[in-house]
Design a protein around this ligand. Structure first.
Ligand SMILES: [Zn+2]
Length: 79
């Protein structure tokens, strides 16, 4: 399926489940923290992981991510 033309690089929107081409999708880095044992702070191991989440343009706009990315791109090109 990966080599079929026009079907490659499809990602699922995390909000609505719609499949979007990766070029059009809005990427958002989400920080997730895990901890093993909260009762024993001395032996508690905490992880912090960055998850990459994809959204379709409409969801990105709804979640106010798309506008931010657009502004970043505009800033980049105006320099
Ligand atoms: Zn969506």
């Amino acid at each position: 399926m990966a080599n079929v033309r026009g079907r490659r690089m499809l990602v699922r929107c995390a909000q609505c489940g719609r499949s979007v081409p990766r070029g059009k999708a809005v990427t958002f880095e989400k920080g997730v923290s895990y901890s093993t044992d909260l009762r024993n702070p001395a032996e508690d191991i905490k992880y912090f992981e960055r998850m990459k989440v994809y959204y379709c343009p409409s969801c990105g706009k709804h979640l106010h991510i798309y506008d931010k990315k657009k502004a970043q791109m505009m800033r980049k090109y105006n320099k």
